[in-house]
Design a protein around this ligand. Structure first.
Ligand SMILES: [Ca+2]
Length: 469
């Protein structure tokens, strides 16, 4: 081969390496916004998340675009609000007609893998975490490799490895990171797109004794819950060190977040089973109002960090951003084909935020779950909402009381009033009217998507493995 051709190839190869970084999306499950050392949590230390935040883009106004597990995960994988995708509520599955982030990476030559909690499938059998007969397992949505469980796991987790049940000894967050690092090491020169979706610190809680040692003063459930975060944080340290050891840290973007806000401080009794779910103390959301399932900030604002050594200067951002932005951002970061993203989508690329603080976000963040609506536009958030927590009756969450609540319009200035104590709907009629109109137009667009208007067939095909007619 002529020397010049070799040189050109080397250049092309170097560009290719730079243009196709590994991408690892790491997501905690039910970790509240305030549950990090870098926000000065009163009892919890998270040295590895703190180091990642100090070495990356720490986003202090990062949102999950839905306040619960399945709906939030749908926004990550499609770049669209959950109701466009078929994921109306917890346990729903993504329509097969959706264009997914994993498929976009695979089409661009990446090897793709999912590790951990999935919760976008419908079959959940007691003896198998996710059989191949499940038509919505990760392999059906663009993942080459998967070690997954429908929902919860803790110590010595039972996973489905590409459809085969396998129990693995160890703490679950550490198991997931070890497996993900092994996958990246074995990628054989291909760039890797990897999801690490922890089941921590979600209920049921289970932690190693050593990880709970610092929390002896806390009630039992809170002690174990925090112990799960300690293990998860340690696994993040293992991940960061592992990438350095493999020599790929500077060619790997790692994006950490949580799927929804923190757990309530009060006990909740499940009306259906009578099971008491103990509250978690200290407070999981800091000064933010509400918890998981809520459209208040405590339900949706979550930790957000992007680390990409050598490509992204460490800084702290207050730019409002969400899980809907992951798909457009990664198209730009990894040079994916924009035709591999659904044309109607809800986020924006955050690449400009990597090194500057844009004065405004031009695309508001829409929220829509089970008839409740939200429109987050820079400083303001408008919600049409009934407060989940108002359905607590003598410590028991009552679905009948919840159904009887009427939805109300609420407007908050999130900068002046981050705890959302002062409803401005009456005092700011112009802002309210403008945001209501924008929200109404967006809501109609989501209705059209939900009916299948964005798909080539013009309708939603039956789910499962059904092929277009
Ligand atoms: Ca969750």
């Amino acid at each position: 081969m002529p020397r010049r051709t070799i040189g050109t190839l080397a250049c092309l190869l170097a560009f290719r390496v730079l243009a196709s970084p590994n991408v690892i999306l790491v997501m905690a499950d039910d970790m509240g916004w305030a549950q990090t050392g870098y926000y000065d949590h009163p009892v919890l230390e998270t040295p590895n998340l703190d180091a990642m935040a100090a070495n990356g883009l720490r986003m202090d106004r990062f949102y999950s675009a839905a306040p619960q597990c399945s709906t939030a995960r749908a926004t990550v994988l499609t770049g669209r609000t959950n109701d466009r995708t078929g994921v109306a509520t917890v346990g729903s599955s993504i329509n097969k007609q959706e264009k997914t982030l994993s498929a976009a990476f695979r089409n661009a030559g990446y090897t793709t893998a999912h590790f951990g909690k999935w919760h976008l499938n419908t079959v959940n059998t007691p003896d198998h975490p996710m059989p191949l007969s499940d038509p919505h397992h990760p392999g059906e949505l663009g993942f080459d490799y998967w070690l997954s469980e429908t929902n919860q796991f803790n110590l010595d987790p039972l996973f489905s490895r590409n459809g085969t049940a396998e129990r693995i000894e160890g703490e679950s967050s550490e198991v997931l990171v070890d497996e993900a690092l092994a996958f990246i090491e074995q990628a054989q020169g291909k760039p890797a797109f990897v999801l690490i979706w922890y089941a921590s610190p979600h209920r049921p809680f289970e932690a190693l004794d050593a990880d709970m040692a610092a929390f002896e003063e806390l009630p039992e459930a809170s002690r174990v819950h925090h112990g799960e975060i300690v293990a998860m944080d340690r696994s993040i340290g293992t991940l960061r060190q592992g990438l350095r050891d493999l020599g790929v840290a500077e060619n790997t973007l790692v994006w950490f977040t949580s799927d929804n806000g923190g757990l309530p401080t009060f006990d909740v009794t499940r009306a259906s089973t009578g099971e008491v779910l103990p509250g978690v103390v200290p407070d999981t959301t800091g000064h933010l109002r509400g918890f998981k399932n809520s459209f208040y900030e405590g339900g949706i604002r979550v930790p957000g960090i992007i680390e990409w050594p050598g490509h992204l200067e460490p800084r702290i951002s207050n730019f409002p951003a969400s899980t809907l932005d992951m798909f457009p951002t990664l198209i730009e970061v990894a040079g994916l084909d924009s035709n591999d993203m659904n044309e109607v989508h809800d986020g924006i690329s955050l690449v400009p935020v990597f090194d500057t603080e844009p004065p405004r976000r031009n695309q508001p963040i829409g929220l829509r779950v089970q008839g409740q609506l939200g429109w987050l536009d820079n400083d303001y958030k408008l919600i049409y909402y009934r407060d989940y927590d108002k359905a607590m009756v003598d410590g028991v969450w009552d679905p009948e009381v919840f159904d009887s609540l009427t939805r109300e319009w609420e407007l908050y200035d999130l900068v002046d009033d981050p705890s959302e104590q002062d409803n401005l709907v009456e005092r700011e009629p112009e802002i309210t009217a403008r945001m209501k109109a924008e929200l109404a137009a967006w809501n109609e667009s989501v209705d059209r998507s939900a009916e299948g208007a964005d798909y080539p067939e013009g309708r939603v095909l039956p789910s499962g493995r059904d092929k277009p007619e």
